[in-house]
Design a protein. Structure first.
Length: 80
């Protein structure tokens, strides 16, 4: 999908789910290492999505993602 995004010349792509999510319990997630590797070969800016909160957002530092996306973290205390 990231190759297709690059070929389509998108401005950025979402990569998900990076971490376990409440909306999809038990679904496999990418984790930090795979996210960083996929981001490196993407050829477009990548936003991390899935299971983002204050703790997981900090874990993404150094992964190369350009930002985070999500819904749950927006209602978490401390993000406003």
């Amino acid at each position: 999908a990231l190759v297709a995004a690059r070929r389509a010349r998108v401005d950025a792509a979402l990569l998900a789910p990076v971490f376990a999510t409440a909306s999809h319990p038990g679904a496999p997630c990418l984790g930090i290492l795979r996210t960083a590797l996929l981001r490196r070969g993407a050829g477009v800016p990548v936003f991390a999505l899935g299971g983002i909160n204050t703790g997981t957002a900090r874990r993404l530092m150094g992964s190369g993602v350009c930002g985070i996306a999500g819904i749950g973290f927006a209602v978490e205390p401390g993000w406003a």
